[in-house]
Design a binder for this molecule. Structure first.
Ligand code: 13P
Ligand code: SF4
Length: 351
């Protein structure tokens, strides 16, 4: 079993215990209103802004929008946090997103509802083992997904998000460069097939996307034969094969607006439905099945770490002393290089 797979097994157990212990009781309207008022008060008092990912709960996304923050994919979160004048960024997402924000803007305070919000891709790529892997293949360009620690980014030549992963692979393939791709083997496999690049894969996976099932999607297509299938590239190849469109979260939302179909089967985290429904209110969205007919999925298309960003945790952000992102200066300086390269490359695609 590879290091990444051993880590994945540990993470599965950790996720299960988190899900078992999760507080699922719905908030009363009064409690929700009180929490939202507290958060708004904190944002004003601390010159802070919410930077939220599409996978967070609808109420978090709505609050971010209503208070001048952003709701976006990981690439745009990085840009927004860097460019916004607020002194404090409240990153509602997972830890690598907070770290990216801190690396890009060391002068800002970056807080998260909890630093326990991690990611199976990040956890499945420990920096020491990854560095040894890179050392064994010095002739290859090291491309890492944004879903990694600052230490792994510091070891990389390039950082990519799913929005530009394929463009970067094509760019390197055109130059005849071999690539190390980490941590997501499904995304790496996809860009290898699409770009023809010479890719050596790290063996990580997203516990949410790898649960989508091709057979379940085929069955659903029988019921909705006119539906288009939208797939995030962290999904297995058998699922990607069924896609009418493969793309990052932002690209999935754009495709839902632009494609002529009225019904969509969506293989990514359900949090995206808030924005999908907002962007295309006359269309119908159905979550792709995660575990055949039985309700045996672990994540059920709902990232357990994204779900940690609830209103209670957001309201307590300024009361805690263990939720500020810190990245040592020297490490941040190294990780900044491939991140800036990513942002500069992204500018050339969408100037
Ligand atoms: P995006 O880069 O598409 O926002 O995806 C981030 C992520 O964690 C997907 O699981
Ligand atoms: Fe990580 Fe997957 Fe959660 Fe995205 S959905 S943060 S890749 S575990």
């Amino acid at each position: 079993m590879s290091i990444a797979q051993q880590k994945l097994e540990q993470i599965r157990a950790q996720v299960q215990s988190h899900l078992d212990g999760r507080q699922t009781a719905a908030l009363t309207d009064a409690r929700r209103a009180a929490l939202e008022a507290t958060i708004r008060g904190h944002l004003n008092a601390h010159n802070a802004v919410i930077v939220a990912h599409y996978y967070t709960a609808p109420e978090i996304q709505a609050l971010a929008e209503a208070t001048g923050g952003c709701v976006s994919d990981s690439l745009e979160m990085a840009r927004f946090g860097r460019d916004h004048p607020a002194e404090t960024l409240i990153v509602a997402g997972v830890r690598f997103m907070g770290e990216t924000a801190k690396i890009l803007t060391p002068g800002k305070r970056v807080l998260m509802p909890t630093l326990d919000a991690t990611c199976s891709l990040d956890e499945g790529c420990p920096s020491d083992a990854f560095s040894a892997f890179c050392d064994a293949h010095p002739e290859r360009e090291v491309v890492v997904y944004a879903n990694t620690s600052a230490a792994v980014k510091a070891r990389a030549d390039w950082v990519v998000t799913s929005s530009i992963a394929l463009d970067v692979a094509e760019h390197l393939a055109e130059q005849g460069k071999g690539i190390i791709w980490a941590p997501d083997r499904h995304l790496g496999d996809y860009v290898q097939r699409e770009s023809g690049a010479d890719v050596l894969l790290w063996d990580g996976a997203c516990i949410v996307h790898e649960e989508f099932k091709a057979r379940g999607i085929r069955d659903l297509k029988q019921v909705h034969p006119d539906a288009a299938v939208l797939v995030h590239p962290e999904s297995p190849a058998s699922v990607i094969e069924l896609a009418d469109h493969v793309g990052s979260t932002t690209q999935i939302i754009r495709a839902a607006c632009e494609l002529p179909q009225k019904t969509f089967i969506v293989a990514t985290d359900q949090g995206i439905f808030y924005k999908l429904q907002q962007a295309a209110p006359d269309k119908t969205f159905i979550i792709a099945p995660t575990a055949g007919q039985g309700a045996t999925c672990r994540s059920c298309a709902n990232c357990p770490w994204m779900a940690m960003n609830d209103l209670e945790a957001m309201a307590a952000v300024f009361d805690r002393d263990d939720n500020e992102i810190q990245v040592p200066e020297a490490l941040a300086a190294e990780a900044m290089k491939p991140l800036e390269r990513m942002l500069a490359f992204a500018e050339t695609l969408n100037p």
